[in-house]
Design a protein. Sequence first.
Length: 201
Amino acid sequence: MQLLKSERPFLMDGAMGTSLYAKGCFINSAFDEANLTQPSKVAAVHESHIAAGADVIETNTFSANSLILSKYGCCNKVREINLAGVKIARQAIEDSRKNVFLAGSIGPTGEAMGYLSEHAITIIQAAFREQISALLEGGVDLLLLETFRHLHEVKLAMQVAREMFSGGIIVQMSFTDEGCLQGMFLFLVRLKGMASLGISD
């Protein structure tokens, strides 16, 4: 896409979850569900990021996959939550009248630990496919795979994303003391179809 192909640096937004918590959305519920229950607070966060100069804002959908949402009793709302997340963010962009891009935020499923069986892989792929389908239906400009720690899981997410989307995909990894930073990057740079690679703490 045009933004990722340009040579100039671009500024992305801040932490959505932290901002929503500060606005009274508590951790005993899914922050993503605020797209349905407290959309004005989500919109306010987007508006503040745009006002601060963000070139790219992310949908409030980091944990909006069926495996995470099932822990909060709303796994049947994956499509609804993701579509609402896109709608709220897109409206904030339109209201700002600025040239801001919208990234569909996709985080880990919480199910990738150690060796992944074929059954686990199938379940994880299905969760990513369902979420990405909704984000694309809503009309995001690019996809952002963020704060992944499990190499196999981010590879699965990347494969599903590229099968469904020909546009820009950004991958952000989060590293712990348990892994080898250099080895992880060598693995990641070989992923096909990735437009950008970054680190998320």
